[in-house]
Design a protein around this ligand. Structure first.
Ligand code: ZN
Length: 251
């Protein structure tokens, strides 16, 4: 029996060993949790390229709210926040604009607007991006209308998947009830020939929502929701790179 009895020194050693094993286990659990997060993150955004098109800009203010809020300012603010999130997530964001400018050069407003649109479309087509994402704010005569809504080109199933994912995360972030809507007449979304959506982040024509859209905290909430929806979509999409031949054949 004597041979099996622990001596005090042995007991102390055993205690140290126990502490060491516990410490290693705790470190292991934390390391694993962090490592797993990193893997999911990389897999989601990894080498993905997203074109972010902040609607309007420069001579084109877009919609104007009751309290003179300009759509072009809201779209740029949300776009820049989204850019940061995408870059922090390991993806690449291609910004159509980062300042208050449009992409036209002519003096005549109508011609300039046409040039601006053509430039944005060219960027969407040339970038070979995985996703083209344009940001706008809504306006309607009935000032009661509110809420964010996502639009997609109705004949592009991948765009619908992205639109549904982004609409879902927006709805849960801002307690919204709108449904992603397919449309066959959305010029850039149709011509971009890749996964493309337009996010209308809210109505500047609704005075309450107009105030919210100007709030940096609310802008961040919107950007985070768009980012989350994008991540959810990308983690499910199996093949989202556009076919090079198809992309080039767009007219
Ligand atoms: Zn707009």
């Amino acid at each position: 029996m004597k041979a099996y009895r622990w001596k005090p020194r042995k007991r102390r050693n055993l205690l140290y060993l126990g502490l060491l094993v516990t410490a290693l286990f705790v470190i292991g659990v934390f390391w694993r949790a962090e490592h797993q997060d990193a893997e999911i993150w990389n897999w989601t955004l990894g080498d993905k390229v997203v074109v972010i098109d902040a609607g309007h800009g420069g001579v084109d203010p877009g919609a104007v709210g009751k309290n003179q809020t300009l759509e072009k300012d809201i779209t740029l603010a949300v776009a820049k926040r989204l850019q940061l999130l995408i870059e922090q997530g390991g993806g690449k964001a291609v910004m159509v604009r980062t300042e208050d400018n449009d992409l036209g050069t002519s003096q005549g407003l109508l011609k300039r607007k046409r040039e601006d649109l053509a430039q944005r479309l060219q960027l969407a087509m040339d970038s070979q991006a995985d996703v083209y994402l344009s940001i706008h704010a809504n306006s309607f005569p009935n000032e009661k209308l509110s809420g964010a809504q996502v639009f997609y080109f109705a004949d592009h199933p991948e765009s619908k998947n992205l639109a549904v994912a982004v609409q879902q995360s927006l709805n849960s972030a801002i307690n919204g009830k709108r449904v992603a809507k397919g449309n066959k007449d959305l010029f850039i979304l149709k011509k971009a020939n890749r996964t493309a959506i337009t996010v209308e982040v809210g109505f500047v024509s609704n005075p309450t929502e107009e105030q919210m859209l100007k709030d940096p905290g609310y802008q961040q909430k919107l950007a985070l929701a768009i980012y989350e929806g994008l991540g959810n979509y990308l983690s499910k999409a199996q093949s989202i790179k556009p076919d090079a031949n198809n992309a080039n054949s767009a007219k």
